[in-house]
Write a protein that binds this ligand. Structure first.
Ligand SMILES: CC(C)(COP(=O)(O)OP(=O)(O)OC[C@H]1O[C@@H](n2cnc3c(N)ncnc32)[C@H](O)[C@@H]1OP(=O)(O)O)[C@@H](O)C(=O)NCCC(=O)NCCSC(=O)C(=O)O
Length: 578
């Protein structure tokens, strides 16, 4: 047979080969380097998960979509690639939507892919199985939302979702795939040609030179400069540029919670333990991937110096972030890596931050650290939060590449200050919304994406939102150690019903044994009552890499209410008679 005849025959064979919506979605994801899907199987996406796994994509099946969504979101934060969450229609979609909205708020790139019911029936509201106009509902809660109706458009749909998730300010994207789409059949070669490889999905955004000069001039004139690092800085992975800038200029830095570890908390320039002082007294504040939201008291009020006495430099990729709460004297609109590189090129030969300022910060910091130290060393039973966290602080010091997941009220607030972090992107917590329920999703996402050991430090209440995923952790054999600070309730375990009828509104079953939950699924469960026992149990768990849950008994009277978050937790002053 001649070469031409052979080619014609091969072409004819290829033409007969078919593909369908299921396989095109998988091919489009793979073409763009997406190698993991987090989700919950069910109608109409059960086969999508099966086929994806068969095609070599890692598919992690959860017990609830919100946790799968949180895993996808944190995968996005850790890798700068969109984390993908796959759900069924209506209720499954809605469960995933909370995580998508949270990802958007936190600027984590994520794509929620949900199957949906028949458009013709949904739009006429004729009562389809899990009928819901999911695209309309998702739109206000994410950065972008797309629906694909034809198999030939799957490539474009996936490409648009990826680009929207990671470019500019990252965020959550919804991709609606109606059930009918998966079954649409087309010629395989035509299908392949319809796929799109996204080139340069998150293009660098170079700062304007005059914006950089304006910022440098402000910094050089400052007597009390301060750098605040936010989780945008952590996301950028511009670790070296940031470290170079901070060390070259000698300016004290204050890390927001998820920015801890970009530079170690033990770094001599860290102002973490002098927070109140630096926020009030700094004259020039440079925000690096940090927003002036509630966590920074909106840049005004009693947390800060007198109005107008402080000048702000802000680095953010989103121009509309500037002046969101107060005037920004030197806005730098750029990606953080490009901005820091440009700043580094301009600050050579600078004498650095004034010595008196550094001494003032160091003095306050040393005093706060010395005040806290004895509380971290008590080996009492029952433990209070400080004693238990003192033990965990040592463990992270000895295992600096472990990932710490943290949620709760006291468990969060105290761990943030007490547990020093040494490496970037090792502390994952409740973020911008202060949301409870990220725990097991983040722990699973972090373990899957990094292969590193994960230590999840959870309040007993916070754990409850995602606790069923301990089965997922055991099923996939993930190196996750969960420590539950169990003080019998929300804030503490002592609330009562004044009528004596029901349990108090914030208490749980007394002396619950969360460790038994883990044993039910073949994991290791341990109950501990002292910091020494806690240390031993955590070290054993992390050495073994076996899924472990440690029920850490905390004094039920320990803990206070999160009422000190600005004025956000109003407490009644009115006394009513029964
Ligand atoms: C808004 C905040 C950033 C501000 O908190 P502050 O209390 O002002 O600051 P910090 O916690 O960082 O620090 C408290 C003090 O400890 C000092 N500090 C910090 N680190 C250290 C170390 N290592 N050693 C000694 N002292 C330290 C720090 O300088 C402060 O002291 P001084 O400098 O002397 O002041 C924070 O509260 C926060 O991140 N909140 C998020 C809470 C959240 O999301 N909760 C979820 C809601 S729970 C829920 O659902 C609910 O309750 O309802």
């Amino acid at each position: 047979m001649s070469a031409i005849a052979k080619t014609i025959e091969a072409d004819a064979a290829a033409e007969q080969e078919l593909t369908d919506g299921f396989h095109l979605v998988i091919d489009a994801l793979k073409l763009n380097g997406i190698d993991t899907i987090y989700g919950v199987p069910g109608i109409p996406i059960t086969d999508l998960g099966r086929f994806a796994q068969a095609a070599g994509i890692r598919v992690i099946s959860f017990r609830h979509e919100q946790n799968a969504g949180n895993a996808a979101a944190i995968a996005g934060f850790l890798t700068k690639k969109p984390g993908v969450c796959l759900t069924v229609s209506a209720p499954g979609f809605l469960n995933g939507l909370t995580a998508l909205a949270n990802a958007t708020t936190n600027c984590f790139p994520m794509i929620l892919i949900s199957g949906s019911s028949e458009r013709e029936i949904v739009d006429l509201q004729q009562g389809d199985y899990e009928e819901m106009d999911q695209l309309a509902i998702a739109k206000p809660l994410c950065k972008a939302a797309f629906r694909v109706l034809h198999a030939a458009d799957i490539g474009i749909g996936v490409a648009r979702a990826i680009r929207a998730a990671v470019s500019g300010r990252p965020g959550g994207v919804y991709l609606d795939l109606p059930a009918k789409l998966f079954g649409q059949v087309m010629d395989a070669s035509e299908g392949e040609r319809s796929l799109v490889k996204v080139i340069d999905a998150a293009p660098a955004q170079i700062p304007a030179p005059e914006a950089v000069d304006r910022a440098v001039a402000l910094l050089k004139g400052a007597k009390k400069p301060l750098v605040i690092l936010g989780k945008g800085a952590a996301y950028s992975q511009a670790d070296e540029e940031i470290r170079n800038f901070v060390e070259k200029t000698g300016i004290p830095f204050l890390p927001m919670s998820m920015a801890k570890g970009i530079l170690p908390d033990t770094h001599p320039q860290s102002a973490g333990a002098a927070r109140s002082l630096v926020l009030k007294e700094a004259d020039v504040v440079m925000l690096v991937g940090a927003r002036l939201n509630w966590l920074l008291s909106h840049g005004k009020g009693k947390t800060w110096g007198p109005a107008g006495s402080q000048k702000f430099i802000q680095i953010d990729i989103e121009p509309r972030e500037m002046d969101s709460n107060i005037e920004i004297a030197a806005p730098i609109v750029a990606d953080i890596g490009s901005a820091m590189a440009a700043l580094n090129a301009k600050v050579g030969g600078w004498a650095g931050a004034p010595k008196e300022w550094l001494a003032t910060v160091a003095e306050k910091k040393d005093a706060n650290i010395a005040k806290m130290a004895p509380r971290l060393m008590k080996n009492s039973a029952p433990m209070d939060f400080h004693a238990a966290l003192g033990a965990l602080r040592t463990i992270i010091k000895e295992r600096p590449d472990a990932i710490l997941v943290n949620e709760g009220a006291n468990t969060l607030d105290l761990a943030r200050g007490i547990i020093d972090m040494y490496q970037p992107r090792k502390r994952l917590d409740v973020g911008t919304w202060g949301v409870m329920g990220i725990g097991m999703g983040f722990a699973i996402g972090a373990a899957v994406e990094t292969g590193k050991p994960v230590l999840a430090v959870e309040g007993d209440s916070a754990f409850g939102f995602s606790g069923m995923e301990v089965e997922t952790i055991c099923r996939y054999g993930l190196p996750v150690t969960i420590v539950i600070f169990n003080n019998n309730g929300i804030y503490r375990g002592t609330d009562t019903d004044p009528n004596g009828r029901d349990p108090g509104t914030t208490v749980f079953v007394k002396d619950a044994r969360y460790d038994k939950m883990m044993e039910a699924f073949g994991g290791v469960g341990v109950n501990v009552t002292t910091p020494d026992e806690l240390s031993r149990a955590v070290n054993a768990a992390m050495d073994s890499g076996k899924p472990t849950l440690i029920n850490a008994v905390i004094d039920p009277t320990a803990g206070s209410e999160s009422g000190n978050i600005g004025s956000l937790n109003p407490q009644s002053v009115v006394k009513r008679k029964k």
